[in-house]
Design a protein around this ligand. Sequence first.
Ligand code: HEM
Ligand code: NAG
Length: 371
Amino acid sequence: MNPLILTLLHSFFLLLSSQHAALAAPNTRLVRCSKDRFARDDACCVWYDVLDDVQENLFDRGKCGAEARESLRIMFHDAIGYSESAIKAGKFGGGGADGSMMAHADVELEFKGNIGMDEIINEQRPFALKHHVPFGDFIQFAGAVGLSNCHGAPRLQFLAGRSNHSRPAPDEGLIPAPFHTADQIFARMKDAGFSPEEVVALSAAHSVGAQHQLDPSINNAPLDSTPEEFDSQFFLETLLEGTHYPGDSSALAEDKSPLRGQFRIHSDGLLARDHRSACEWQSFITDQDGMNRKFARVMAKVSLLGQDPSKLVDCSEVIPDVRPARRQRAVLPAGKTRKDVEANCVESSFPSLNTQPGPPTFIRPAPSRPT
Ligand code: HEM
Ligand SMILES: *[C@@H]1O[C@H](CO)[C@@H](O)[C@H](O)[C@H]1NC(C)=O
């Protein structure tokens, strides 16, 4: 072929490919994934497909339901099987956020702190297998997506690329349990690298929580009055004086609750009142933005326990945008007054809050699985 024509052809193709690149990359170098969605790295594209699948088929078309809440819970339980003191002593200290809870469910689901998690692990596993993604990545991804379905929740970071190889967490004692004392919880969390303030920030997860195995007679009894909202209502309601047992008073770690239909986890009541955590706890009641910011920051740390972030790829763009909060500030439940608050922060006085009008209401159960 004539060299001139060759040169022309060559520049024509260069032009074509640079135009293609320009189309695919509005700003920086982005790759185009399915359905015209963009990612910063090829490795992230698979997560858009996982996203579509879990939103439709795991979270029942994008709901903040039982599967979303439990997916958030496993993010923590998979990761927290990690001990710095064991590692310092030259022992296996656990792989952190490594998927061991799914890979070694036969061992880890027997741990007392993991009560109530078998259903969600068994529901999640087929999605991870179908999309050929590591169990550790999947658990962190599904939790962040599930949380994005709850109004008011922050957008969590998601990094992909964890090894799919894991060993069972070395000791059942690594999982905080609802019957533990504040001392036990703070000591355990410190051994995984978390301060009491960070434990308080993490407790915000219980804002979208319910219980279903501590007291099976009142399945789905929520931990605050707004289980589909990620809000600071939880931090207020855990400080109200407990007046009655909502279900079977002999249930494991069940404390008296201030509201009909609601469940108080024993350790939540302790952390709300402990001198190391009471002020941070109280501060969230009127600072939902701070609560969200801190929760997102500490969850990023949870998701990277035992992992080397320099070996992971940031795929946070795949996590859906937030759904705005429907209320900005906690309100005293109907029938409650400042006198019912057992405030224990000595540094600052308790904020003045509005009260929900009307007679006391029964707190309805959190949404259960679709039947
Ligand atoms: C540190 C001490 C903690 C203890 C003792 C604890 C304990 C519990 C217990 C006993 C339940 C009820 C489970 C059931 O009956 O089904 C629960 C629910 C839950 N926990 Fe925690 N938790 C702790 C920290 C965390 C953290 C850090 C997270 C962060 C992701 C978290 C997320 C959740 C969620 C989302 C639920 C609701 C699950 C549902 O609605 O089914 N928890 N927790
Ligand atoms: C991850 O490990 C499990 C076994 O624990 C295996 O069944 C699964 O196929 C592995 N997934 C990938 C993507 O390698």
